[in-house]
Design a protein around this ligand. Structure first.
Ligand code: KG4
Ligand code: ZN
Length: 331
């Protein structure tokens, strides 16, 4: 079975082909970062318009890369949500049209489910049940995954998502959008002992998160300290250390609580090396194995949509009506 995956939930157009026999056979990504950077954030209307331009040429590129014809596609998966309504509609409508033209089944998949299944694209996939930390621009979730479609949310952010906290802090430090990767680079040179920010909600039981207070602490430090490069690097370092510590404490707690032997870290913030290194240590100390998608499949991409769609189409799931997007869609 060959499944075409279409990701258009936000500001990346991701297209991929997943084969049941050969695994991932092609993937392409177009990032709209340059389009939105001048506005300091994603402009939904511009995102939708750009997806319209990109999807079909990227599908053609993927087919060429895999040496396949459109008629070889057996099923189509698109990101149904959560995400920007207009952007999701572009992917969903194109999937619907292609499905009709190629006479093959179409299925909308959950963007966050796709993120958490992304490590299964790797040669040594994590075994069920596992614990997943999903950290992206819009979500922060700790999920116990019993099997595909069997998820129990153990904890989530009560306010800002982790990626949002990275992006807002980066903005306070004068870094361009999207700030996460830039903040990580700046933190590398930062003095770890000059500032210390709170580890929110770690002093009480439970697995929920809160990052808005941390952002306020950063704002106060930025206002009170000198605006030189070394100071900004030290603030970036202290912010990242606080986030990494917070996740380490909660992930350790969740591993103890569930007793599972595998930890998956996925979503854009999962690309952060300091976070990966630390969670790797936490997992190891609990006798658990950590699995991360390769960096390219941590952030939004079409491969994870193709894979999630493949698993669900294989299980017989089908779209029964016209394209149905869900901009807000709980796991
Ligand atoms: O999963 P993703 O690509 O899109 C969403 O579904 O939101 O995540 C994007 C988020 C952005 O907030 C971005 O700044 C953050 O992931 N991010 C990072 C890093 N790379 C991307 N945050 C911290 N360190 C990074 N290296
Ligand atoms: Zn995402």
């Amino acid at each position: 079975m060959i499944v075409l995956g279409i990701e258009t939930s936000c500001d990346e157009t991701g297209i991929a082909l997943y084969s049941g026999e050969q695994g991932l056979v092609a993937h392409r990504l177009h990032s709209q970062v340059a389009t939105h950077a001048v506005y300091g954030g994603v402009v939904p209307e511009l995102a939708s318009r750009d997806h319209v331009r990109r999807v079909v040429p990227l599908v053609q590129d993927c087919l060429a890369e895999a040496g396949l014809a459109a008629a070889d596609i057996d099923g189509i998966a698109y990101a149904r949500g959560p995400g920007l309504a207009g952007a999701l509609l572009v992917g969903g409508s194109i999937a619907d049209g292609l499905g009709w033209a190629l006479d093959c089944p179409v299925l909308g998949v959950h963007h966050m489910e796709a993120h958490l299944l992304a490590p299964m694209l790797e040669p040594n996939p994590p075994a069920f049940p596992f614990l997943a930390l999903l950290v992206s621009g819009g979500h922060t979730l700790l999920v116990e995954v019993a099997d595909i479609g069997r998820y129990r949310v153990l904890g989530e952010s009560l306010d800002d998502a982790a990626g949002e906290a990275f992006d807002k802090t980066a903005k306070l430090l004068g870094l361009p959008y999207p700030g996460g990767p830039q903040l990580e680079a700046l933190a590398r040179d930062g003095d770890p002992d000059r500032f210390r920010f709170p580890r929110p909600m770690t002093d009480r039981p439970g697995l929920d998160f809160s990052f808005s207070g941390l952002k306020t602490a950063v704002l106060k430090a930025v206002r009170e300290a000198d605006a030189d490069d070394a100071t900004h690097a030290a603030i970036a370092r202290a912010f990242q250390d606080a986030v990494v510590d917070t996740f380490a404490i909660k992930v350790r707690r969740a591993l103890e609580q569930t007793g599972v032997g595998h930890l998956v870290v996925a979503g854009g913030v999962g690309a952060n090396q300091a976070l990966r290194d630390r969670l790797h240590q936490v997992a190891e100390s609990r006798g658990a194995v950590m699995a991360c998608p390769p960096l390219a499949f941590c952030t939004d991409n079409g491969a994870m949509i193709a894979y999630a769609g493949y698993r669900r189409l294989l299980a017989g799931e089908r779209e029964t009506g016209p394209v149905d997007i869900r901009p807000r869609w709980p796991m």
